[in-house]
Design a protein around this ligand. Structure first.
Ligand SMILES: O=P(O)(O)OC[C@H]1O[C@](O)(CO)[C@@H](O)[C@@H]1O
Length: 559
Protein backbone atom coordinates (compact mmCIF):
# COMPACT_ATOMS: atom_id res chain seq x y z
CA UNK A 1 0.00 0.00 0.00
CA UNK A 2 1.36 3.42 -0.91
CA UNK A 3 0.61 6.72 0.84
CA UNK A 4 -2.07 7.52 -1.75
CA UNK A 5 -3.96 4.22 -1.28
CA UNK A 6 -3.90 4.40 2.51
CA UNK A 7 -7.25 4.43 4.28
CA UNK A 8 -7.12 8.13 5.19
CA UNK A 9 -7.10 8.96 1.47
CA UNK A 10 -10.23 6.87 0.81
CA UNK A 11 -13.45 8.70 -0.19
CA UNK A 12 -15.31 7.56 2.95
CA UNK A 13 -12.50 8.80 5.26
CA UNK A 14 -12.51 12.15 3.46
CA UNK A 15 -16.30 12.43 3.81
CA UNK A 16 -16.08 11.48 7.49
CA UNK A 17 -13.43 14.16 8.06
CA UNK A 18 -15.75 16.83 6.67
CA UNK A 19 -18.74 15.40 8.53
CA UNK A 20 -16.75 15.42 11.80
CA UNK A 21 -16.23 19.18 11.55
CA UNK A 22 -20.03 19.52 11.78
CA UNK A 23 -20.46 16.89 14.47
CA UNK A 24 -17.67 18.09 16.78
CA UNK A 25 -19.79 20.90 18.12
CA UNK A 26 -23.01 18.91 18.42
CA UNK A 27 -23.75 17.95 22.02
CA UNK A 28 -25.18 14.51 22.75
CA UNK A 29 -28.15 16.13 24.45
CA UNK A 30 -29.16 17.79 21.16
CA UNK A 31 -28.81 14.50 19.30
CA UNK A 32 -31.23 12.95 21.80
CA UNK A 33 -33.53 15.97 21.44
CA UNK A 34 -33.52 15.56 17.65
CA UNK A 35 -35.09 12.09 17.65
CA UNK A 36 -36.98 10.14 20.25
CA UNK A 37 -35.95 6.73 18.88
CA UNK A 38 -32.17 6.83 19.22
CA UNK A 39 -32.03 3.81 21.50
CA UNK A 40 -33.92 1.62 19.00
CA UNK A 41 -31.99 2.98 16.02
CA UNK A 42 -28.58 2.37 17.54
CA UNK A 43 -29.18 -0.84 19.50
CA UNK A 44 -28.46 -4.33 18.17
CA UNK A 45 -28.69 -7.81 19.68
CA UNK A 46 -26.69 -10.94 19.04
CA UNK A 47 -25.27 -14.02 20.82
CA UNK A 48 -27.12 -13.14 24.05
CA UNK A 49 -25.79 -9.57 24.17
CA UNK A 50 -27.51 -6.21 23.75
CA UNK A 51 -25.34 -3.39 22.44
CA UNK A 52 -26.64 0.17 22.84
CA UNK A 53 -24.56 2.62 20.82
CA UNK A 54 -27.05 5.47 20.98
CA UNK A 55 -24.87 7.53 23.34
CA UNK A 56 -22.20 8.10 20.70
CA UNK A 57 -21.85 11.46 19.07
CA UNK A 58 -23.08 10.28 15.70
CA UNK A 59 -26.11 10.28 13.45
CA UNK A 60 -27.47 7.75 10.94
CA UNK A 61 -25.39 9.27 8.17
CA UNK A 62 -22.23 8.97 10.31
CA UNK A 63 -22.80 5.27 10.65
CA UNK A 64 -23.49 4.90 6.92
CA UNK A 65 -20.17 6.59 6.13
CA UNK A 66 -18.32 4.42 8.65
CA UNK A 67 -19.85 1.32 7.09
CA UNK A 68 -18.72 2.60 3.73
CA UNK A 69 -15.21 2.98 5.16
CA UNK A 70 -15.37 -0.64 6.36
CA UNK A 71 -16.38 -1.78 2.87
CA UNK A 72 -13.59 0.25 1.30
CA UNK A 73 -11.17 -1.59 3.61
CA UNK A 74 -12.68 -4.91 2.41
CA UNK A 75 -13.68 -5.82 5.94
CA UNK A 76 -15.93 -8.68 4.81
CA UNK A 77 -13.03 -10.24 2.91
CA UNK A 78 -10.76 -9.77 5.93
CA UNK A 79 -13.22 -11.53 8.26
CA UNK A 80 -13.39 -14.49 5.88
CA UNK A 81 -9.59 -14.59 5.55
CA UNK A 82 -9.19 -14.57 9.35
CA UNK A 83 -11.61 -17.41 9.98
CA UNK A 84 -10.48 -19.45 6.95
CA UNK A 85 -6.98 -19.61 8.35
CA UNK A 86 -5.09 -17.41 5.90
CA UNK A 87 -1.74 -16.02 7.07
CA UNK A 88 -3.21 -12.79 8.42
CA UNK A 89 -0.35 -12.33 10.89
CA UNK A 90 1.97 -11.10 8.20
CA UNK A 91 5.03 -10.11 10.21
CA UNK A 92 5.18 -13.64 11.66
CA UNK A 93 3.82 -15.24 8.49
CA UNK A 94 1.11 -17.35 10.11
CA UNK A 95 -2.65 -17.55 10.58
CA UNK A 96 -4.38 -16.29 13.74
CA UNK A 97 -6.79 -19.06 14.44
CA UNK A 98 -8.20 -18.58 17.92
CA UNK A 99 -11.63 -19.08 16.30
CA UNK A 100 -10.56 -22.65 15.44
CA UNK A 101 -10.18 -23.39 19.15
CA UNK A 102 -13.93 -23.00 19.61
CA UNK A 103 -15.14 -24.86 16.53
CA UNK A 104 -17.48 -27.71 17.38
CA UNK A 105 -16.20 -31.27 17.04
CA UNK A 106 -18.15 -31.93 13.84
CA UNK A 107 -16.67 -28.88 12.07
CA UNK A 108 -13.61 -29.03 9.90
CA UNK A 109 -11.02 -26.41 9.02
CA UNK A 110 -8.34 -27.30 6.51
CA UNK A 111 -5.09 -25.42 7.05
CA UNK A 112 -2.42 -26.19 4.49
CA UNK A 113 -3.94 -29.58 3.72
CA UNK A 114 -4.66 -30.58 7.31
CA UNK A 115 -7.88 -30.47 9.32
CA UNK A 116 -7.01 -28.73 12.62
CA UNK A 117 -10.30 -29.51 14.40
CA UNK A 118 -9.46 -33.11 15.48
CA UNK A 119 -6.23 -31.87 17.15
CA UNK A 120 -8.12 -29.10 18.93
CA UNK A 121 -10.60 -31.62 20.31
CA UNK A 122 -7.90 -34.09 21.25
CA UNK A 123 -6.33 -31.38 23.41
CA UNK A 124 -9.71 -30.65 24.98
CA UNK A 125 -10.09 -34.36 25.74
CA UNK A 126 -6.65 -34.42 27.40
CA UNK A 127 -7.57 -31.35 29.45
CA UNK A 128 -10.79 -33.06 30.45
CA UNK A 129 -8.90 -36.13 31.67
CA UNK A 130 -6.65 -33.94 33.85
CA UNK A 131 -9.56 -31.93 35.23
CA UNK A 132 -11.58 -35.03 36.04
CA UNK A 133 -8.61 -36.64 37.76
CA UNK A 134 -8.21 -33.58 40.00
CA UNK A 135 -11.94 -33.34 40.67
CA UNK A 136 -12.05 -37.02 41.61
CA UNK A 137 -9.26 -36.46 44.15
CA UNK A 138 -7.15 -38.85 42.08
CA UNK A 139 -4.37 -36.43 41.12
CA UNK A 140 -1.95 -37.13 43.92
CA UNK A 141 1.22 -35.36 44.92
CA UNK A 142 4.55 -37.08 45.55
CA UNK A 143 3.51 -38.23 49.04
CA UNK A 144 0.24 -39.71 47.79
CA UNK A 145 -2.07 -36.96 49.05
CA UNK A 146 -4.72 -35.50 46.67
CA UNK A 147 -3.97 -32.09 45.16
CA UNK A 148 -5.89 -29.24 46.80
CA UNK A 149 -4.22 -26.13 45.29
CA UNK A 150 -3.34 -25.44 41.68
CA UNK A 151 -1.10 -22.45 40.96
CA UNK A 152 -0.92 -21.13 37.40
CA UNK A 153 2.49 -19.65 36.64
CA UNK A 154 2.22 -17.50 33.52
CA UNK A 155 2.13 -13.88 32.45
CA UNK A 156 0.35 -11.76 29.82
CA UNK A 157 -1.91 -13.95 27.73
CA UNK A 158 -0.86 -16.98 29.76
CA UNK A 159 -2.30 -15.37 32.90
CA UNK A 160 -4.79 -12.57 32.23
CA UNK A 161 -7.42 -14.56 30.31
CA UNK A 162 -7.52 -17.55 32.68
CA UNK A 163 -7.44 -15.22 35.73
CA UNK A 164 -10.27 -13.06 34.40
CA UNK A 165 -12.54 -15.96 33.42
CA UNK A 166 -11.86 -18.04 36.54
CA UNK A 167 -12.90 -15.07 38.65
CA UNK A 168 -15.90 -14.19 36.46
CA UNK A 169 -17.29 -17.73 36.60
CA UNK A 170 -16.67 -18.44 40.27
CA UNK A 171 -20.41 -19.10 40.72
CA UNK A 172 -20.05 -22.05 38.36
CA UNK A 173 -17.56 -24.03 40.46
CA UNK A 174 -18.92 -27.57 40.79
CA UNK A 175 -19.80 -28.40 44.41
CA UNK A 176 -20.01 -32.16 44.17
CA UNK A 177 -16.34 -32.78 43.37
CA UNK A 178 -13.08 -32.90 45.31
CA UNK A 179 -12.38 -29.19 45.92
CA UNK A 180 -9.32 -27.73 44.26
CA UNK A 181 -8.52 -24.01 44.65
CA UNK A 182 -7.02 -22.17 41.70
CA UNK A 183 -4.42 -19.41 42.12
CA UNK A 184 -2.36 -17.24 39.81
CA UNK A 185 1.19 -15.93 40.10
CA UNK A 186 2.55 -13.80 37.29
CA UNK A 187 4.96 -11.16 38.58
CA UNK A 188 8.66 -11.74 38.07
CA UNK A 189 9.46 -10.27 41.50
CA UNK A 190 8.04 -13.45 43.05
CA UNK A 191 5.82 -11.60 45.53
CA UNK A 192 2.60 -13.38 44.58
CA UNK A 193 4.30 -16.75 44.57
CA UNK A 194 6.16 -16.10 47.84
CA UNK A 195 2.83 -15.54 49.56
CA UNK A 196 1.51 -18.92 48.32
CA UNK A 197 4.70 -20.68 49.35
CA UNK A 198 4.29 -19.51 52.94
CA UNK A 199 0.70 -20.75 53.09
CA UNK A 200 0.35 -23.85 50.91
CA UNK A 201 1.25 -27.41 51.64
CA UNK A 202 3.85 -28.58 49.08
CA UNK A 203 2.50 -32.12 49.25
CA UNK A 204 -0.87 -30.98 47.86
CA UNK A 205 0.16 -28.17 45.47
CA UNK A 206 0.27 -28.54 41.70
CA UNK A 207 1.87 -25.94 39.42
CA UNK A 208 0.72 -25.28 35.87
CA UNK A 209 3.55 -23.69 33.86
CA UNK A 210 1.78 -21.72 31.15
CA UNK A 211 3.94 -20.18 28.49
CA UNK A 212 3.45 -20.27 24.75
CA UNK A 213 7.16 -19.68 24.11
CA UNK A 214 8.42 -21.36 27.29
CA UNK A 215 11.18 -18.73 27.34
CA UNK A 216 9.44 -15.97 29.30
CA UNK A 217 11.76 -15.12 32.18
CA UNK A 218 8.91 -13.97 34.46
CA UNK A 219 7.31 -17.43 34.30
CA UNK A 220 10.52 -19.43 34.27
CA UNK A 221 11.89 -17.67 37.34
CA UNK A 222 8.66 -18.32 39.25
CA UNK A 223 8.76 -21.93 38.04
CA UNK A 224 12.28 -22.51 39.27
CA UNK A 225 11.46 -20.99 42.69
CA UNK A 226 8.45 -23.33 42.88
CA UNK A 227 10.56 -26.35 41.88
CA UNK A 228 13.18 -25.59 44.53
CA UNK A 229 10.47 -25.14 47.16
CA UNK A 230 9.01 -28.56 46.35
CA UNK A 231 12.40 -30.22 46.20
CA UNK A 232 13.51 -28.75 49.53
CA UNK A 233 10.29 -29.69 51.28
CA UNK A 234 9.58 -33.06 49.70
CA UNK A 235 12.80 -34.48 48.25
CA UNK A 236 15.57 -33.53 50.64
CA UNK A 237 16.75 -30.72 48.36
CA UNK A 238 16.93 -33.15 45.41
CA UNK A 239 19.08 -35.74 47.28
CA UNK A 240 16.20 -38.19 47.35
CA UNK A 241 16.13 -39.19 43.67
CA UNK A 242 12.96 -41.24 43.83
CA UNK A 243 11.04 -38.39 45.47
CA UNK A 244 12.62 -35.87 43.07
CA UNK A 245 11.23 -37.84 40.13
CA UNK A 246 7.82 -38.02 41.77
CA UNK A 247 7.85 -34.27 42.42
CA UNK A 248 8.62 -33.53 38.77
CA UNK A 249 5.97 -35.98 37.60
CA UNK A 250 3.14 -35.17 39.99
CA UNK A 251 3.53 -31.47 40.74
CA UNK A 252 3.94 -29.89 37.32
CA UNK A 253 1.77 -29.58 34.24
CA UNK A 254 3.20 -27.68 31.28
CA UNK A 255 1.18 -25.79 28.68
CA UNK A 256 3.11 -24.50 25.69
CA UNK A 257 3.59 -24.43 21.93
CA UNK A 258 7.15 -25.69 22.55
CA UNK A 259 7.01 -29.31 23.77
CA UNK A 260 10.78 -29.79 23.50
CA UNK A 261 11.38 -26.86 25.88
CA UNK A 262 8.88 -28.29 28.40
CA UNK A 263 10.70 -31.64 28.25
CA UNK A 264 14.06 -29.94 28.71
CA UNK A 265 12.70 -28.22 31.82
CA UNK A 266 11.69 -31.61 33.15
CA UNK A 267 7.96 -31.81 32.56
CA UNK A 268 6.71 -35.33 32.09
CA UNK A 269 5.42 -35.72 28.48
CA UNK A 270 2.07 -37.12 29.71
CA UNK A 271 1.57 -33.92 31.68
CA UNK A 272 2.25 -31.57 28.80
CA UNK A 273 -0.55 -29.85 26.92
CA UNK A 274 0.28 -28.36 23.56
CA UNK A 275 -1.08 -25.59 21.46
CA UNK A 276 -0.06 -24.12 18.19
CA UNK A 277 1.98 -21.20 16.89
CA UNK A 278 -1.15 -19.99 15.13
CA UNK A 279 -2.76 -19.13 18.48
CA UNK A 280 -1.66 -15.69 19.71
CA UNK A 281 -0.80 -15.47 23.43
CA UNK A 282 -3.55 -12.96 24.23
CA UNK A 283 -6.04 -15.03 22.21
CA UNK A 284 -5.17 -18.34 23.86
CA UNK A 285 -7.56 -18.85 26.78
CA UNK A 286 -9.78 -21.04 24.59
CA UNK A 287 -7.40 -23.99 24.49
CA UNK A 288 -4.87 -25.56 26.83
CA UNK A 289 -4.01 -22.16 28.37
CA UNK A 290 -7.60 -22.29 29.69
CA UNK A 291 -6.73 -25.32 31.88
CA UNK A 292 -7.05 -23.32 35.15
CA UNK A 293 -10.52 -22.21 34.03
CA UNK A 294 -11.56 -25.79 33.37
CA UNK A 295 -10.04 -26.85 36.71
CA UNK A 296 -12.14 -24.19 38.42
CA UNK A 297 -15.50 -24.59 36.68
CA UNK A 298 -15.35 -28.07 35.15
CA UNK A 299 -15.12 -29.09 31.55
CA UNK A 300 -18.84 -28.75 30.74
CA UNK A 301 -18.77 -25.09 31.68
CA UNK A 302 -15.49 -24.61 29.81
CA UNK A 303 -17.12 -26.06 26.69
CA UNK A 304 -20.05 -23.66 27.19
CA UNK A 305 -17.56 -20.78 27.23
CA UNK A 306 -16.23 -22.03 23.89
CA UNK A 307 -19.79 -22.37 22.55
CA UNK A 308 -20.53 -18.74 23.47
CA UNK A 309 -17.41 -17.55 21.67
CA UNK A 310 -18.39 -19.67 18.68
CA UNK A 311 -21.86 -18.04 18.69
CA UNK A 312 -20.09 -14.70 18.36
CA UNK A 313 -17.74 -16.02 15.65
CA UNK A 314 -20.75 -17.05 13.58
CA UNK A 315 -22.50 -13.76 14.24
CA UNK A 316 -19.34 -11.93 13.16
CA UNK A 317 -19.02 -13.94 9.99
CA UNK A 318 -22.67 -14.15 8.95
CA UNK A 319 -24.33 -10.90 10.05
CA UNK A 320 -24.44 -7.94 7.66
CA UNK A 321 -22.05 -5.19 8.71
CA UNK A 322 -24.84 -2.82 9.76
CA UNK A 323 -26.11 -5.29 12.39
CA UNK A 324 -22.79 -6.85 13.28
CA UNK A 325 -21.91 -6.25 16.94
CA UNK A 326 -18.09 -6.33 16.77
CA UNK A 327 -18.15 -4.23 13.61
CA UNK A 328 -20.39 -1.57 15.14
CA UNK A 329 -18.43 -1.48 18.40
CA UNK A 330 -15.21 -1.06 16.40
CA UNK A 331 -16.67 1.67 14.19
CA UNK A 332 -17.81 3.65 17.23
CA UNK A 333 -14.19 3.49 18.43
CA UNK A 334 -12.79 4.58 15.06
CA UNK A 335 -15.22 7.49 14.94
CA UNK A 336 -14.12 8.61 18.39
CA UNK A 337 -10.38 8.17 17.91
CA UNK A 338 -9.90 9.27 14.32
CA UNK A 339 -12.59 11.89 13.83
CA UNK A 340 -13.60 13.28 17.24
CA UNK A 341 -10.14 13.11 18.86
CA UNK A 342 -11.35 11.00 21.78
CA UNK A 343 -8.13 9.15 22.62
CA UNK A 344 -8.98 7.54 25.96
CA UNK A 345 -11.27 4.60 26.56
CA UNK A 346 -12.50 3.30 29.89
CA UNK A 347 -13.94 -0.17 30.55
CA UNK A 348 -16.50 -0.14 33.36
CA UNK A 349 -18.16 -3.42 34.29
CA UNK A 350 -21.01 -3.18 36.81
CA UNK A 351 -20.53 -6.67 38.23
CA UNK A 352 -17.86 -7.64 40.76
CA UNK A 353 -17.26 -10.91 38.92
CA UNK A 354 -15.79 -8.93 36.03
CA UNK A 355 -13.08 -7.46 38.25
CA UNK A 356 -10.26 -8.47 35.90
CA UNK A 357 -12.04 -7.76 32.64
CA UNK A 358 -10.45 -4.34 32.13
CA UNK A 359 -6.90 -5.68 32.75
CA UNK A 360 -7.61 -8.46 30.29
CA UNK A 361 -8.78 -5.94 27.67
CA UNK A 362 -5.78 -3.71 28.31
CA UNK A 363 -3.58 -6.45 26.87
CA UNK A 364 -6.04 -7.56 24.21
CA UNK A 365 -6.55 -4.06 22.82
CA UNK A 366 -3.29 -2.27 23.47
CA UNK A 367 -0.86 -5.13 22.75
CA UNK A 368 -2.85 -5.89 19.59
CA UNK A 369 -3.45 -2.42 18.22
CA UNK A 370 -0.84 -0.27 19.92
CA UNK A 371 0.95 0.01 16.59
CA UNK A 372 2.08 2.84 14.36
CA UNK A 373 3.25 0.99 11.24
CA UNK A 374 0.93 -0.38 8.58
CA UNK A 375 1.08 -3.89 7.19
CA UNK A 376 3.24 -2.60 4.35
CA UNK A 377 5.63 -0.75 6.65
CA UNK A 378 4.37 2.83 6.31
CA UNK A 379 4.09 5.02 9.42
CA UNK A 380 0.36 5.46 10.15
CA UNK A 381 -0.50 9.12 9.65
CA UNK A 382 -3.60 8.60 11.80
CA UNK A 383 -4.10 7.50 15.41
CA UNK A 384 -4.63 3.85 16.28
CA UNK A 385 -5.44 2.26 19.65
CA UNK A 386 -6.53 4.72 22.35
CA UNK A 387 -5.24 4.51 25.90
CA UNK A 388 -7.56 1.97 27.45
CA UNK A 389 -7.99 1.26 31.13
CA UNK A 390 -10.74 0.49 33.56
CA UNK A 391 -12.01 -0.88 36.81
CA UNK A 392 -15.30 -2.09 38.27
CA UNK A 393 -17.73 0.76 37.55
CA UNK A 394 -19.14 1.12 41.08
CA UNK A 395 -15.61 1.36 42.52
CA UNK A 396 -14.42 3.66 39.76
CA UNK A 397 -17.30 6.00 40.66
CA UNK A 398 -15.39 6.67 43.87
CA UNK A 399 -12.06 6.96 42.11
CA UNK A 400 -11.65 8.33 38.58
CA UNK A 401 -15.23 9.25 37.59
CA UNK A 402 -14.45 12.78 38.77
CA UNK A 403 -12.21 13.09 35.70
CA UNK A 404 -14.90 11.61 33.46
CA UNK A 405 -17.44 14.15 34.70
CA UNK A 406 -15.42 17.30 35.16
CA UNK A 407 -11.90 16.73 33.85
CA UNK A 408 -10.51 18.04 30.60
CA UNK A 409 -10.20 14.70 28.79
CA UNK A 410 -12.77 13.31 26.38
CA UNK A 411 -13.14 9.62 27.25
CA UNK A 412 -15.16 6.89 25.57
CA UNK A 413 -16.69 4.55 28.17
CA UNK A 414 -18.00 0.98 27.94
CA UNK A 415 -20.64 0.19 30.58
CA UNK A 416 -21.12 -3.58 30.95
CA UNK A 417 -23.75 -5.27 33.13
CA UNK A 418 -25.79 -8.45 33.42
CA UNK A 419 -29.56 -7.83 33.47
CA UNK A 420 -30.41 -10.71 35.77
CA UNK A 421 -28.52 -11.74 38.84
CA UNK A 422 -29.08 -13.60 42.12
CA UNK A 423 -32.42 -15.08 41.04
CA UNK A 424 -31.01 -18.52 41.81
CA UNK A 425 -29.82 -17.80 45.38
CA UNK A 426 -31.54 -20.35 47.60
CA UNK A 427 -32.16 -18.47 50.83
CA UNK A 428 -35.13 -16.09 50.15
CA UNK A 429 -34.02 -13.34 52.60
CA UNK A 430 -30.48 -13.20 51.24
CA UNK A 431 -31.84 -13.38 47.70
CA UNK A 432 -34.06 -10.35 48.32
CA UNK A 433 -31.12 -8.34 49.71
CA UNK A 434 -28.79 -9.31 46.91
CA UNK A 435 -31.37 -8.62 44.23
CA UNK A 436 -31.88 -5.15 45.71
CA UNK A 437 -28.10 -4.63 45.56
CA UNK A 438 -28.10 -5.70 41.94
CA UNK A 439 -30.96 -3.27 41.18
CA UNK A 440 -28.95 -0.51 42.84
CA UNK A 441 -25.96 -1.41 40.68
CA UNK A 442 -28.00 -1.37 37.47
CA UNK A 443 -29.47 2.00 38.46
CA UNK A 444 -25.96 3.39 38.93
CA UNK A 445 -24.84 1.98 35.61
CA UNK A 446 -27.71 3.61 33.70
CA UNK A 447 -27.52 6.85 35.71
CA UNK A 448 -23.79 7.31 35.16
CA UNK A 449 -23.96 6.87 31.41
CA UNK A 450 -26.89 9.31 31.39
CA UNK A 451 -25.03 11.96 33.37
CA UNK A 452 -21.92 11.53 31.25
CA UNK A 453 -24.09 12.07 28.20
CA UNK A 454 -26.35 14.92 29.37
CA UNK A 455 -24.22 16.72 31.93
CA UNK A 456 -26.19 19.28 33.97
CA UNK A 457 -29.23 18.55 31.91
CA UNK A 458 -29.68 15.27 33.78
CA UNK A 459 -30.47 17.32 36.91
CA UNK A 460 -34.15 17.65 37.81
CA UNK A 461 -34.06 21.45 37.87
CA UNK A 462 -32.18 24.14 35.97
CA UNK A 463 -31.32 26.31 38.97
CA UNK A 464 -28.14 28.37 38.43
CA UNK A 465 -24.99 26.64 39.69
CA UNK A 466 -21.44 27.79 40.37
CA UNK A 467 -18.99 26.55 37.75
CA UNK A 468 -17.40 23.95 40.03
CA UNK A 469 -20.79 22.23 40.25
CA UNK A 470 -21.38 22.13 36.50
CA UNK A 471 -21.15 18.99 34.40
CA UNK A 472 -20.43 19.44 30.74
CA UNK A 473 -21.63 15.94 29.68
CA UNK A 474 -21.10 14.93 26.04
CA UNK A 475 -18.86 11.95 26.95
CA UNK A 476 -19.64 9.17 24.49
CA UNK A 477 -20.44 5.72 25.84
CA UNK A 478 -21.52 2.22 24.90
CA UNK A 479 -23.78 0.13 27.10
CA UNK A 480 -23.46 -3.62 26.80
CA UNK A 481 -26.03 -5.78 28.56
CA UNK A 482 -25.78 -9.51 29.09
CA UNK A 483 -28.95 -11.38 29.93
CA UNK A 484 -27.00 -13.21 32.67
CA UNK A 485 -23.29 -13.65 33.18
CA UNK A 486 -22.94 -17.32 32.22
CA UNK A 487 -20.07 -19.26 30.64
CA UNK A 488 -21.86 -18.86 27.30
CA UNK A 489 -22.49 -15.11 27.44
CA UNK A 490 -18.98 -14.52 28.81
CA UNK A 491 -17.54 -16.44 25.87
CA UNK A 492 -19.56 -14.25 23.50
CA UNK A 493 -18.50 -11.07 25.32
CA UNK A 494 -14.78 -11.87 25.09
CA UNK A 495 -15.06 -12.88 21.42
CA UNK A 496 -16.95 -9.63 20.76
CA UNK A 497 -13.92 -7.64 21.92
CA UNK A 498 -11.46 -9.91 20.10
CA UNK A 499 -13.31 -9.27 16.84
CA UNK A 500 -13.71 -5.58 17.57
CA UNK A 501 -9.92 -5.37 17.82
CA UNK A 502 -9.60 -7.19 14.49
CA UNK A 503 -12.04 -4.84 12.75
CA UNK A 504 -10.17 -1.78 13.96
CA UNK A 505 -6.83 -3.30 12.94
CA UNK A 506 -8.25 -4.02 9.48
CA UNK A 507 -9.38 -0.43 9.02
CA UNK A 508 -6.12 0.95 10.40
CA UNK A 509 -4.21 -1.56 8.21
CA UNK A 510 -2.08 -2.76 11.13
CA UNK A 511 -1.25 -6.27 12.35
CA UNK A 512 -3.09 -7.02 15.63
CA UNK A 513 -1.37 -10.38 16.08
CA UNK A 514 2.27 -9.48 16.70
CA UNK A 515 3.91 -7.53 19.58
CA UNK A 516 7.38 -6.49 18.48
CA UNK A 517 7.20 -3.49 20.77
CA UNK A 518 7.68 -5.62 23.86
CA UNK A 519 10.71 -7.49 22.54
CA UNK A 520 13.30 -4.73 22.89
CA UNK A 521 12.42 -4.27 26.57
CA UNK A 522 13.02 -7.98 27.24
CA UNK A 523 16.46 -7.87 25.57
CA UNK A 524 17.58 -4.72 27.39
CA UNK A 525 16.34 -6.06 30.74
CA UNK A 526 18.40 -9.18 30.35
CA UNK A 527 21.57 -7.15 29.60
CA UNK A 528 20.86 -4.87 32.56
CA UNK A 529 20.38 -7.87 34.84
CA UNK A 530 23.87 -9.10 33.93
CA UNK A 531 25.36 -5.70 34.78
CA UNK A 532 23.39 -5.54 38.02
CA UNK A 533 24.58 -8.98 39.10
CA UNK A 534 28.23 -8.73 37.96
CA UNK A 535 28.66 -5.00 38.69
CA UNK A 536 30.57 -4.80 35.42
CA UNK A 537 29.71 -2.92 32.22
CA UNK A 538 27.71 -0.03 33.77
CA UNK A 539 29.87 2.48 31.90
CA UNK A 540 28.01 1.53 28.69
CA UNK A 541 24.73 2.78 30.21
CA UNK A 542 23.20 6.25 30.28
CA UNK A 543 23.76 8.53 33.26
CA UNK A 544 20.38 7.92 34.88
CA UNK A 545 20.56 4.11 34.68
CA UNK A 546 24.13 4.18 36.00
CA UNK A 547 23.07 6.43 38.87
CA UNK A 548 20.16 4.14 39.77
CA UNK A 549 22.38 1.05 39.75
CA UNK A 550 24.79 2.88 42.06
CA UNK A 551 21.98 3.56 44.52
CA UNK A 552 21.03 -0.13 44.45
CA UNK A 553 24.62 -1.33 44.92
CA UNK A 554 25.20 1.09 47.79
CA UNK A 555 22.06 -0.13 49.51
CA UNK A 556 23.11 -3.74 48.98
CA UNK A 557 26.53 -3.02 50.51
CA UNK A 558 25.11 -1.20 53.52
CA UNK A 559 25.53 -3.17 56.76
O1 LIG B 1 3.08 -17.24 26.92
P1 LIG B 1 4.43 -16.62 26.91
O2 LIG B 1 5.23 -17.06 25.73
O3 LIG B 1 5.15 -16.87 28.20
O4 LIG B 1 4.28 -15.08 26.75
C1 LIG B 1 3.60 -14.31 27.71
C2 LIG B 1 3.25 -12.95 27.18
O5 LIG B 1 4.41 -12.25 26.82
C3 LIG B 1 4.16 -11.43 25.69
O6 LIG B 1 4.92 -11.89 24.62
C4 LIG B 1 4.54 -10.02 25.94
O7 LIG B 1 5.75 -9.94 26.60
C5 LIG B 1 2.66 -11.57 25.44
O8 LIG B 1 2.32 -11.38 24.13
C6 LIG B 1 2.40 -12.94 25.95
O9 LIG B 1 1.04 -13.14 26.20
Amino acid sequence: MTQSTMIHHSPAWQRLTVHATEMRDVHLKSLFAERSDRHARFTRRGAGLTLDLSKHRWRDETLSMLLELAREADLEGAIARLQNGERVNRSEDRPALHTALRLPREASLMIEGEDVVPDVHETLARMQAMVEKCHAGQWRGATGRPITDVVNLGVGGSDLGPLMVTHALADYRPRDVHQVDIHFASTMDGSQLADYLTRFNPATTLFVLSSKSFTTIDTLSNASTARDWLMTRLADGGQDTQMSELVMRQHFIGVSAKPEKMSEWGIEPRHQLHFWEWVGGRYSLWGAIGLPIAMAVGMDNFRELLAGAHDMDRHFRETPLEDNLPVLLALAGIWNVNFLDVRAHSILPYDGRLEYFASYLEQLEMESNGKSVTNSGEITPYSTCPVLWGQLGPNAQHAFYQLLHQGTQAVECDFIAPVRRYDRVEDPATRAHLKAQHRLTLANCVAQSRVLMLGDEALPDDAPRPSHKRYRGNQPSTTLLLDRLTPRTLGALIALYEHKVFVQATLWDINPFDQWGVELGKQIASETEQILASRRGAESLDDSSRGLLDVIWQAQDAP
